[in-house]
Design a protein around this ligand. Sequence first.
Ligand code: GRF
Length: 214
Amino acid sequence: MQTPSGHPVESTSAKRLVVLASGGGSNLAALLAAHDDAAYGARVVGLVTDRPAAGALDLARDAGVASAVVALKDFDDRAAWNDGVLEAITVFQPDYVILAGFMRILAPGVVRKFEGRMINTHPALLPSFPGAHPVRDTLAHGVKVTGCTVHLVDDGVDTGPIVAQTAVPVLDTDDEPTLTERIKVAERALLVETVGRLAREGLHVTGRKASIGH
Ligand code: GRF
């Protein structure tokens, strides 16, 4: 939806997304490419990053999306940093918080504020290969099929209920960069599709079972 001058208009029914990212932001870019379509049902209203040099900041600025930098070094300790992150997210009044390559662990007190509404994308088929180096770990283990996972965030590291997954074959010729790139293509598509469906249809969680729309 656009005004006559070409500026996007915020649809009143679109769910508000706040994206947390530490890196280049290709997942953020994919969400930004989807959100101008009113039929998508969700809109990125803010970016929060822990890295002042994150490429995601440029993407947000170019898209006219507000951002906040909450760098650990600017706070006395981790508890104060977590408070800062919580405040930065809350200012944007999100319906959903999307962790898209956010490379820090949030305190349980922050996660619980957004219970059932905080989503992470991870480049492996969880529960296999959680943590900071999933593609390296995948290759080291020699598995033949990996992929990506969109899941709810809980107090653990990559342990929350799984919302959606896509499989990606591991090729004999793969190294960490080639496999990372192939997974990221699948990951962006999965994230955009899953977030849109969440926004339009809602999410139902019973124990470890998360299902969209019912
Ligand atoms: C993604 O693969 C994400 O799952 C991982 O880091 C990557 C971030 O990519 N934790 P980008 O910054 O969105 O390009």
